[in-house]
Design a protein around this ligand. Structure first.
Ligand SMILES: [Zn+2]
Ligand SMILES: [Zn+2]
Length: 119
């Protein structure tokens, strides 16, 4: 859990859940998948998104759509894989974007460091 939060620049899971990164990911996930129904019992009330592992916070296959009750159960029992199926398309798209963002960040850092050299 520590590792990926650090990597993404968050100090804890709560901060991640309150971030625009997560909000954006969540809305895209909802568009790409039908996230209105519990994967365990089929309920449509009190729907939560659950991370099956905290090592892959932005991997759709690692996200389970569960109702509040099933979410609780999932946290007390050793998890069954309720991860989103057919998530490869969104996953590869996100991967591509992350790569591009990293490229841009690197480029920006390079430009910034060159500016510093001149100054
Ligand atoms: Zn349920
Ligand atoms: Zn959970």
């Amino acid at each position: 859990m520590r590792l990926q939060l650090d990597l993404l620049g968050f100090k804890d899971y709560k901060e991640f859940l309150n971030s625009s990164l997560w909000a954006d990911f969540r809305s895209r996930l909802r568009k790409a998948h039908n996230c209105s129904k519990c994967a365990r019992c089929g309920s449509t009330e009190g729907i939560n998104l659950h991370h099956m592992s905290y090592k892959a916070l932005l991997d759709p296959a690692n996200i389970a759509v569960l109702c509040r009750d099933c979410h609780k159960i999932q946290h007390t029992k050793v998890g069954i894989n309720y991860g989103l199926k057919n998530s490869e398309q969104l996953k590869s798209q996100l991967k591509k974007e992350t790569k591009e963002q990293n490229k841009k960040k690197k480029l920006k850092r390079l430009i910034d460091s060159q500016k510093k050299d001149k100054a």
